[in-house]
Design a binder for this molecule. Sequence first.
Ligand code: JCF
Length: 677
Amino acid sequence: MKAIEQQIAALREQLQKHNYAYYVLDEPTVPDAEYDRLFHELKQLEEQHPELVTPDSPTQRVGAPLIGGFTPVEHAVPMLSLDNAFSADDLVAFCRRVAERLDKEGVREAQAFCCEPKLDGIAVTLRYEQGALVQAATRGDGTAGENITANVRTIPSVPLRLQGSGFPPVLEVRGEIYMPRGGFQRLNEQALAAGEKTYMNPRNAASGSLRQIDPAVTAKRPLEFCCYGYGEIDGALLPDSHFDRLRLFHQWGFRINPEMQRITGTEALQAYYDDIAAKRDALPYDIDGVVFKVDAVSLQERLGMVSRAPRWATAYKFPAQEELTVLERIDFQIGRTGAVTPVARLQPVLVGGVMVSNATLHNMDEIARLDLHEGDTVIIHRAGDVIPKVLRAVPERRPSNARKVPLPDHCPVCDAPIERLEGEVIARCTGGVTCGAQRLEALKHFVSRKAMDIDGVGEKLLETLIEKQWVMQFSDLYRLTFDQLMALDRMGEKSAQNTIDALAKSKQTTLPRFLFALGIREVGETTARNLALHFGHLDALMRASEEALIAVTDVGPIMAKHIRQFFEQEHNVDEIRSLIGQGIQWPAIEVPSVDAQPLVGETWVVTGKLETATRDEVKADLQALGAKVVGSVSAQTTCLIAGPGAGSKLTKAESLGIPVLDEAGWLARRQALLGAN
Ligand code: JCF
């Protein structure tokens, strides 16, 4: 019997050590399989000897479901809340208040602060008696909370028994239970797949997981506990430094925040805040600010508190990333190809430190999914540099005159009918080039760098030219005169001349550029090049049937149809003639015969910095030789050309055993291929 007891104790001790290494230190000491074996062995021994099972055994995390809900728990020491600071000025004021009060107490020297990120989770207090976890409770109103012991016991980073020595016989450890972002995402994905309800954010998920009646459910949720303070301590003296106390707690088995630091000086505190703010999006968990605490516990006591919040601490909050505002209106914007995009016009609101008054709604399905009405109060989210988005409406706040917004049946710009084809998400204005919005977008595309590359003709100038009705179609650009441009506001002699020169220069182009510039639906840069190479002459392309078009590399039936439709419209053909009449020209293309395209059927990728040519030029060379050029390496890749600075694509190619050429290698290969013909 004695031997069994010893065996059980040894197993528990080993498991607790591995658990601490894994969940608290993030440094696993043994493979999972070894942990599982030890756990299984202990479980078997305990089944054979049920009288030896203790509540702090690692096998006893999940207990019986709670009947009758969570009972109230009075806190031996109240759980405080924190005062807030929202700006550098607030921080300076906080530091000054602390210094002035301490000065009155005769304490003159600068004080160190214990600093840590403020976790966005649920505050809890854990009570340990003789080293064993006896109770876990929520903060509640600060005086009394709810008993959630059964659920908290299932969280692996909560020790069921303190480890090491020197801990007080009574110790209340306080901290935050939270759900890391990765775990939250996986949880929601599983819920979605199972058709269950998802959680709004990691904080709600943590809260919902703790409120489960059945601890077995909580046990499956990816919760963590990180400690930042304490309540009642009895029977032992601890160091006077808050920072040192937390480090002791860490030794006894708790996670502490790895970003925790002890810092002196207002400027250094502000720098800590800035540093954590910059790291915010990269941290694996949500935070909403940083917490600063006077480090000396003896001075904390002398500073005391005002209305539940200590004078010795502050939460310096980040600008909120989510805000409520009113959706005043839904507008519809028209893109180059007529695509109708709904845009939310919002009552301006500060989100994450930036004033937001517009958010894209993508398409009508998105509006339906969010059930948005004009007049709704909505939650706007903006993280980092991301474009603001509407997370959801708040139905409780919907005014009685809130209005559903249907897809308009006529274009708000040109009044042409809007159509949404069966099965398509996107609605389109049918006005084509007669639509002012499509005209502006088409012209912006026409002058852009990879199209006609007309330097100095930007959106503002195009808007003016359209407004004056000087430019209604592409070819009108080439009819502009120096005197006309000079007549425009804010146009000097020099920029007028530069514009005329840029227009003149753009007339010497290439067929692929010209085709791309026309803005035929679905025809991007690569397709334009394939079409040019395949047909050699514009006339041949303009006459090509859908079947002939489908024969071109990477042209499918839908694209073929769009191309055919484009050239069937008389105004498009007239416009092309007009442009050529203005002097637009390109060098003849020699259509390579099939055997002049030795790379047909091959797929190449180009990455890194090249010396003798740009990546686009190498790409063009490869395509002229018949290769397909794509952006990412896969098992289908024939060869990778990698210049210096190549990153993940090179690593991937190497791991897949795909041939890699450096620039010199490619030039040699190219020479050989061209020489062979
Ligand atoms: O991380 C937190 N959410 C957090 C909350 C950190 C702290 O140091 C706190 C807190 C709430 C109250 N300290 C107190 C006194």
